[in-house]
Design a protein around this ligand. Structure first.
Ligand code: SAH
Length: 371
């Protein structure tokens, strides 16, 4: 399997051009073409001999569009095929304040949260920075008819698709740098939101290494007993450690932390839990996003009623917590939070038939408990 050019920075592409006996600016031209999602056959402004030499060692793009589903709310779910045949998902969400792409950071996931479809079948593998960036490049290319006129259209990225970004730390940070390149898509670091289940040591790294992204933490419960039943990782990184790391992040970066809180019909949406949550998140810069749970058929965790969600919000607000209810896009195309990927793998007849063997084998091996 050849490496791909979307995994390389502008500087690295310039070095590549020079190493192949071409001037540096050829590397910059190549970079422009890669950012526009072009395959080698579509690149017409570079010498053929140069493109031939590059294509002996690299592919231009790390993924191709498999299919696109459009929701009533205009969000679009993309399925992509990776060069090893695995399939990943992303969601494009057009908004008045700027267009957002929700990207996957892993194929599958090993966190095993009980309400989330992304982990069905465990982790297949982590994605490279280029495979994460490629999702943005391909969606950018297809979303704007005037795309060739300029390179920047998508303004926001959320690392909230399949996978746990802090379980793929190095590639995710490399991806942030690729997306942030001033001569490239130039997406501001604070417009990149990273959502984590709470891998505590890597929250400290994010703060210390000045990665600059906006941090969201999937808390989903305000006491360890409840969180243990929803998020297996809580046994390793319990709530107290997560809150400590969040406080450190706020102190170090001066930026607030968002807590994601999926409202199940279970204990986590009780008034008692709301009071407990208020105690945890008060006193430092935070915001709580209440997410009405999207029902995932394979998981069978029931969502909280609207009334219960409103009562929870009122309790938080009355205790001085900054909180809102967040409705996720794409429910009718199975593109909403937590619904990604599993539907494709387990339900859709045509798509199921096309599921690459590598992934099917992994899914089948789930019964032995392997991740
Ligand atoms: N691994 C990262 C990113 C996962 S997806 C994390 O845990 O944060 C982004 C968000 O969707 C997380 O907050 C996740 O807990 C939430 N989510 C997963 N399944 C969901 C569901 N069925 N309904 C609503 N939110 C869900």
């Amino acid at each position: 399997m050849l490496p791909s050019l979307d995994n390389l920075s502008l500087l690295e592409l310039q070095e590549l051009a020079v190493s192949l006996g071409e001037p540096k600016f050829r590397g910059e031209q190549l970079y422009g073409a890669v950012l526009r999602g072009k395959e080698f056959s579509e690149i017409t402004n570079l010498p053929k001999a140069f493109i031939e030499k590059v294509s002996e060692k690299y592919t231009a793009q790390s993924l191709t569009v498999h299919s696109v589903y459009t929701s009533r709310d205009k969000s679009q779910k993309y399925l992509f095929t990776l060069s090893d045949g695995n399939i990943i998902e992303s969601v494009f969400m057009p908004h008045s304040y700027g267009d957002t792409v929700c990207v996957s950071t892993q194929c599958g996931c090993r966190m095993g949260c009980v309400f989330c479809a992304s982990g069905e079948g465990g982790l297949v593998r982590s994605l490279t920075a280029g495979e994460i960036f490629g999702q943005v490049i391909q969606i950018n290319r297809r979303s704007y008819s005037n795309f060739d006129g300029g390179v920047r259209n998508i303004t926001n990225i959320v690392l909230m698709g399949s996978g746990e970004p802090l379980d793929n730390y190095d590639e995710v940070v490399r991806f942030v740098n690729l997306a942030n390149e001033v001569k490239g898509l130039n997406i501001s670091r604070r417009n990149i939101s990273l959502s984590t289940v709470g891998i505590v040591p890597n929250i400290y790294r994010l703060a210390d290494e000045n990665v600059g992204v906006t941090l969201a933490i999937s808390l989903h419960a305000s006491d360890d007993n409840t969180r243990n039943t929803l998020i297996p990782m809580n046994k390793k990184y319990p709530i107290e450690d997560i809150i400590k790391a969040a406080k450190y992040f706020v102190e170090k970066t001066g930026r607030r932390v968002c807590f994601e809180y999926a409202m199940t019909g279970l204990e986590n949406s009780s008034i008692n839990s709301a009071k407990h949550l208020a105690r945890l998140v008060k006193g430092f810069q935070t915001h709580v996003n209440l997410i009405p749970l999207n029902f995932v058929k394979e998981k069978d965790v029931k969502p909280a009623s609207e009334q219960r969600i409103n009562a929870f919000l009122e309790t938080l607000t009355s205790l001085g917590v900054s909180a809102t209810i967040r409705f996720s896009s794409g429910g009718d195309s199975n593109a909403a939070c937590g619904q990604l990927r599993a539907r494709f793998l387990t339900q859709s007849g045509e798509a199921r038939k096309n599921t690459p063997t590598t992934q099917r084998e992994r899914l089948n091996s789930k019964s032995d408990g392997s991740k």
